[in-house]
Design a protein around this ligand. Structure first.
Ligand SMILES: [Zn+2]
Length: 86
């Protein structure tokens, strides 16, 4: 994958999961928040569209993308890459 500011941040956050010296509840909250941040960042990396029948579909949530003038999936917020590959 091409390295972007988002992919660098995701890698950094994934490496931050290990938190050996804090108590269990804090560690769990820490992990949940990291996971939320990672998922939000992953949606900022443009994802190519899938071809499901006549419509193009968002490969993150599987819904058809009906509006061809949007940069983000209206259902899940995934950033879309309109350069559809063959
Ligand atoms: Zn979607």
């Amino acid at each position: 994958m091409r390295e972007t500011i988002e992919s660098v941040a995701i890698k950094y956050l994934k490496e931050s999961f290990a938190t050996p010296d804090i108590d269990y509840n804090v560690a769990e909250k820490h992990s949940d928040i990291l996971q939320m941040a990672i998922e939000a960042l992953e949606k900022q990396i443009p994802m190519k569209l899938g071809e499901g029948g006549e419509e193009l579909t968002c490969l993150n949530c599987g819904k058809d993308v009906l509006n061809y003038y949007v940069n983000y999936c209206e259902c899940c917020g995934q950033k879309l890459d309109w350069e559809v590959s063959e």
